[in-house]
Write a protein of this length. Structure first.
Length: 289
């Protein structure tokens, strides 16, 4: 059986809200098994309505977070760290209530925070992340939810750029419900070898996001997809593969991820063509056929 393929709500609407739940019909019609809902504004979403819509359309839900400057769990200001912890706990509650086995994202810092720090300053930032995420992970255990931590490229964070660094963070937190989200866009920039990075991090890989080197349609750029899928096959990856891109019309998100121009003819075409590419490769490499 092929891995379940998902689509990020960043492709559909941002911030995704209760008013956008009808878009699940489009996601299902394309062929997706999963909708990855980003909790950008928790006040605009109801877990009950999300779960009901997903059941109606035959989709599973995966929950991810959005980490702006007021949700920074490694910030030097303890009150901001507390806000970040509270936000993540809210995401965990959403995950538990809609059946997502984890919350994913670059939850160790604010997206876009890249500074030239001293070794000691960087160590302190890392330690704050460990402390904060440890608190969230322990709470998440009580709700049977995991944390899938996403390394970002050097232009979007100064803290965790590679899978090796991500594993180090997981080991420092040292709880079994803490692992990694790996994203081909960031790996294409930061890893010397997709296969080696994936194989070395294998025990910690909870989740996979697929995106091209230009944030566009998977299969229409420079990512070494054969190498990536062969590595996932080698580690016997059974989890979801979610396509992630971003609407360039949403200013806050566009600025955070430097999405200055359209990366596909339309987001609908990206969703359709991306599904066909990822699904065919999943069947080819991961289904056991």
């Amino acid at each position: 059986m092929a891995n379940k393929i998902g689509l990020s709500t960043f492709v559909l609407a941002s911030p995704f809200s209760n008013e956008d739940l009808h878009l699940m019909s489009k996601v299902k019609d394309i062929g997706y098994d999963v909708i990855e809902i980003c909790i950008e504004d928790p006040s605009k979403l109801s877990a009950e309505l999300m779960a009901s819509a997903a059941e109606k359309h035959g989709l599973e839900i995966s929950i991810c977070g959005a980490f702006g400057p007021d949700r920074d769990v490694s910030h030097e200001n303890s009150s901001i760290r507390e806000k970040g912890i509270d936000y993540l706990i809210t995401c965990v509650d959403f995950a538990a209530e809609v059946g997502s086995s984890f919350v994913s994202g670059p939850m160790y810092s604010a997206t876009g925070k890249a500074r030239l720090l001293s070794t000691e300053e960087r160590k302190q930032q890392f330690n704050w992340a460990v402390e904060s995420l440890g608190i969230v992970a322990k709470y998440a255990q009580t709700r049977k939810v995991g944390l899938a931590i996403e390394p970002l490229n050097r232009f979007e964070t100064d803290l965790i750029n590679t899978l090796e660094q991500g594993v180090a963070l997981c080991k420092a937190i040292n709880l079994p419900n803490v692992g990694l989200l790996i994203d081909t866009f960031h790996m294409h920039i930061e890893e010397k070898s997709l296969s080696s990075a994936i194989e070395d991090a294998a025990p910690y890989i909870f989740h996979v996001q697929a995106s091209e080197n230009d944030r566009g349609t998977p299969g229409k750029g420079q990512v070494r997809w054969d190498e990536m899928f062969m590595a996932l096959s080698k580690i016997d990856y059974k989890g979801q593969i979610v396509i992630e891109s971003f609407l360039p019309t949403v200013k806050e998100i566009a600025k955070a991820v430097s999405a200055w121009r359209p990366v596909a003819a339309s987001m609908d075409s990206l969703a359709i063509d991306g599904y066909e590419f990822i699904n065919s490769n999943s069947i080819k490499y991961l289904s056991g056929k």
